[in-house]
Design a protein around this ligand. Structure first.
Ligand code: FES
Ligand code: FES
Length: 169
């Protein structure tokens, strides 16, 4: 007996560009972004909502794209790592801080980290270290440490200077 999987046309704006593509009703948003739309900066790792690697912004809110269906994002504004920098290539302040404080880890986990920090600072430009570390508690790195990310968070909160002002261990 064959199973019928319903399909739908899903339309969304990703990083300011309108897209529309077919998706199975069960297709996850992360898979849709990667496979149907080509935004491969979004990474799927655990696919259980645990690691945070797949985080994207949906209507300004950080979401785990492995736990959300593509059809649920129909009509939404999605921001992926490819859309964080300005069109002229100027890095988002979060990317700049991660870069300056050696918080860029592997390509797998870093996009989700950057998106989460961008969402927190977008909601609250005066976000504290505690606010940002709390948000970061949903990101798991399997291979190295978190100290560069924590320094970047302190830089974003204005508690440590950028590299031209000092600390870099
Ligand atoms: S891949 Fe989505 S939380 Fe791990
Ligand atoms: S999972 Fe990316 S550096 Fe560990």
């Amino acid at each position: 007996m064959s199973e019928t999987i319903s399909r739908a046309t899903v339309a969304m704006t990703v990083n300011g560009r309108r897209h529309s593509a077919e998706a199975d009703a069960r297709t996850g948003l992360g898979e849709f972004l990667r496979e149907a739309l080509g935004y491969t900066g979004t990474h799927l790792a655990c696919e259980h909502g645990v690691c945070g690697a797949c985080t994207v912004m949906v209507d300004g809110v950080a979401m785990r794209s492995c736990l959300m269906l593509a059809v649920q994002a129909d009509g939404c504004e999605v921001t992926t790592i490819e859309g964080l920098a300005a069109p002229d290539g100027t890095l988002h302040p979060v990317q700049q801080a991660l870069h300056e404080q050696f918080g860029l880890q592997c390509g797998f986990c870093t996009p989700g980290v950057a998106i989460t920090l961008a969402a927190v600072t977008r909601d609250n430009p005066a976000a504290t270290v505690e606010d940002m570390e709390k948000a970061m508690s949903g990101h798991i790195c399997r291979c190295t440490g978190y100290q560069g990310i924590r320094r970047a968070i302190r830089q974003l909160a204005g508690e440590v200077p950028g590299p031209h002002g000092g600390e870099h261990a």
